[in-house]
Design a protein around this ligand. Structure first.
Ligand code: ATP
Length: 270
């Protein structure tokens, strides 16, 4: 179905190797999402219920979607992504019907991973004095919780949600049997940055003077998405100079450009 705010990838190609600096997060995701899908028997034998839903939280562009896609790749599952904020904006009055539809689709396409991005848009704490819009959002959340409650956690559908704002989530969402595993996906540290730069320059022609470690050290608050932009921009600078490989200077200019843009953004936000 062609629904805006929804993406279906029958065979995502992302592997864990393409994710830099998130070793612990990959491990935890393997245990909590991949293993129950691949080997539900183990959980039965040990006599524990695997988590039903996993919540990723952290700043934008840190690899939450990548992680979810990699799990889908690893389990040969269909990747179904919905962006909760888009659903709320575009399908007024239809949110709960769409949620039901997504779960039906996942069962049909199973094994499947449902990835709900920006879940805070439908799962923020209830505020005082609700408008009809709030009530509609509330109904969408109720439907999501109902779908999760009616779900077999040893089944062949995994559910992952992501947010930048874990602090505003309705506690009902993270109750046991719902999104009861919470994994932080932070901005990378210096080693993580270097790993990510290596991943994104793997297919680039680099001059010998390019020092990725220097870039990693100097891209202070960069997310994975920023580091990817730095690589692309550096390549663009090289092309503009009609060079066939990328120089250290190109990287420095790209670093300046991308990190400067971020600074403008954050000063506008505050
Ligand atoms: P958002 O909260 O904005 O949806 P996100 O955390 O889901 O962000 P992704 O969509 O996974 O971020 O990342 C965007 C792009 O940035 C990825 O497609 C990838 O190219 C790059 N990227 C981000 N994090 C990493 C990482 N840890 N390793 C390698 N590449 C990364």
């Amino acid at each position: 179905p062609l629904v805006s705010g929804m993406e279906i990838d029958e065979k995502p190609s992302i592997t864990y190797d393409e994710i830099g600096g998130l070793k612990d997060q990959v491990l935890e995701t393997v245990e909590t999402v991949e293993l129950p899908l691949k080997n539900p028997k183990i959980f039965e034998e040990v006599g524990i219920t695997p988590p039903k839903g996993v919540l990723f939280y952290g700043p934008p562009g840190t690899g939450k979607t990548l992680l979810a896609k990699a799990v889908a790749h690893e389990t040969n599952a269909t990747f179904i992504k919905i962006v909760a904020s888009e659903f709320v904006k575009k399908y007024i009055g239809e949110g709960s019907r769409l949620v039901r539809g997504v779960f039906e689709l996942a069962k049909e396409k199973a094994p499947a991973i449902i990835f709900i991005d920006e879940i805070d848009a439908i799962a923020a704490k209830r505020l005082q004095g609700s408008t009809s819009g709030d009530r509609e959002v509330q109904r969408t959340l109720m439907q999501l919780l109902a779908e999760m409650d009616g779900f077999e956690s040893r089944g062949n559908v995994g559910i992952i949600a992501a947010t930048n704002r874990p602090d505003i989530l309705d506690p009902a969402l993270v109750r046991p049997g719902r999104f009861d595993r919470i994994i932080e996906v932070p901005v990378p540290d210096e080693d993580g940055k270097l790993e990510i730069l290596k991943i994104h320059t793997k297919n680039m022609s680099l001059d010998v003077d390019v020092d990725l470690k220097y870039i990693a050290q100097n891209a202070k608050s960069a997310s994975g998405a920023d580091l990817k932009s730095i690589c692309t921009e550096a390549g663009m600078f090289a092309i503009r100079e009609e060079h066939h490989s990328v120089s250290a200077k190109n990287f420095e200019d790209a670093l300046e450009k991308v990190m400067h843009k971020n600074k403008d953004k954050s000063s506008k936000e505050s």
